[in-house]
Design a protein around this ligand. Structure first.
Ligand SMILES: *[C@@H]1O[C@H](CO)[C@@H](O)[C@H](O)[C@H]1NC(C)=O
Ligand SMILES: *[C@@H]1O[C@H](CO)[C@@H](O)[C@H](O)[C@H]1NC(C)=O
Ligand SMILES: *[C@@H]1O[C@H](CO)[C@@H](O)[C@H](O)[C@H]1NC(C)=O
Length: 328
């Protein structure tokens, strides 16, 4: 245990040095060393100003000093921001985030931004990339996000009345237009056993996953333009069901189809295949329950994928080539 954490720290230190010397080599001016801003979108039931979110921002600045951190908020205070994680039209929420980022004096003048999406915040940031992407995201990192939807609504804590109220409405009539336009988790509900209802009524996920006949080519172009799309899966996740959704796998009953064996990838509906070919699609897993993220994992993520605009990245392309057949 102890020696493995020492090893990881040593790896991290080497990577940091490599980044630094690269930046020094290519530096034309001071701007080359400035880390890209970091945009954070939190998850269901969370708020922009909780200690956990603040700690992530503080770590980003500790790893890459000078990082400007912007946490997405859909309300003026913590209560309304938290409420908006349960209630609202996700497309309208993304639209307002697009407007806020495009109008932000620091974000909109940066060459690009990096982003972390926690849980549902991850698929919403992906929606941001597909639908507007200005400022463009360079590295998109998602933790336990429901990229292929959820097939079960979560249990709420016994005293979480906001959550309980939302879930009761959801279960009552998932596919009604009222629920689809107002209850957030319903908009990424996707049960393969009831796929036709989903295709017909899903107000968000079926669209950004380009699952309908008419494909939006902009979505595909924008995802393919990412430098890194890093998807973390929590191995012991019992909150977001199925957990494999974090890797875009399809879970239909007991059958699990990995992304690379699915049509969405093989026909490249949203640019994931193109991104994978250039080595930008990364599958990572960590032990633990939904959103149990260690500081070490956050540090490694920030070292590997964030920092100055001009840094370089290790490519996973070789990994893709050698494992492509066996993954199928
Ligand atoms: C949700 O918001 C989008 C974007 O503002 C809007 O186009 C759409 O009509 C809304 N959907 C519903 C069902 O209200
Ligand atoms: C899921 O499996 C069922 C039963 O085999 C099948 O009817 C359905 O089409 C599958 N759904 C998808 C999206 O493939
Ligand atoms: C994460 O990085 C920060 C800043 O460099 C450091 O203070 C902290 O000890 C690191 N945590 C771990 C677990 O490596």
């Amino acid at each position: 245990m102890y020696s493995s954490s020492l090893f990881r720290l040593a790896v991290a230190a080497t990577a940091a040095l490599a980044v630094h010397s690269h930046a020094a080599r290519t530096a034309d001016d001071d701007l080359d060393d400035t880390p890209l801003p970091l945009v954070i979108w939190h998850g269901l039931g969370d708020a922009f100003n909780t200690d956990g979110i603040k700690q992530v921002g503080a770590l980003a600045d500790a790893i890459h000093p000078g990082t400007f951190v912007y946490t997405i908020a859909l309300g003026a205070d913590a209560n309304s921001d938290r409420q908006a994680t349960f209630f609202g039209n996700v497309s309208a929420q993304i639209e307002s985030v697009c407007e806020a980022l495009a109008a932000h004096p620091i974000l909109s003048t940066a060459p690009a931004v990096d982003a972390i999406g926690f849980s549902q915040g991850g698929q919403f940031l992906r929606g941001y990339v597909e639908r507007c992407n200005f400022p463009p995201i360079r590295s998109l990192v998602t933790f336990g996000s429901q990229h292929n939807g959820i097939s079960k609504f979560r249990d709420c804590g016994s005293t979480d009345w906001l959550c309980k109220g939302a879930m009761a409405l959801l279960r009552f009539n998932t596919w009604s237009s009222t629920v689809q336009s107002r209850l957030v988790p319903a908009q990424y509900y996707r049960d393969p056993a009831d796929y036709d209802s989903y295709l017909e009524h899903s107000n968000f996920l079926a669209d950004i996953n380009n699952e309908r006949e008419l494909k939006n080519t902009q979505y595909k172009e924008n995802i393919a333009k990412l430098t890194n799309f890093v998807m973390y899966l929590f191995e012991d996740d019992t909150t977001a069901i199925p957990k494999e959704s974090a890797w875009f796998s399809e879970v239909n009953g007991t059958e699990i189809t990995p992304l690379r064996a699915r049509k969405i990838y093989q026909e490249d509906w949203i640019g994931l295949r193109e991104l994978d070919r250039k080595g930008g699609l990364k599958f990572r897993s960590i032990t633990g329950e939904h959103m149990q993220i260690t500081e070490q994992v956050l540090n490694e993520t920030m070292i590997d994928f964030f920092g100055p605009f001009k840094r370089t990245f290790d490519s996973d392309a070789a990994y893709v080539d050698s494992t492509f057949e066996s993954e199928l």
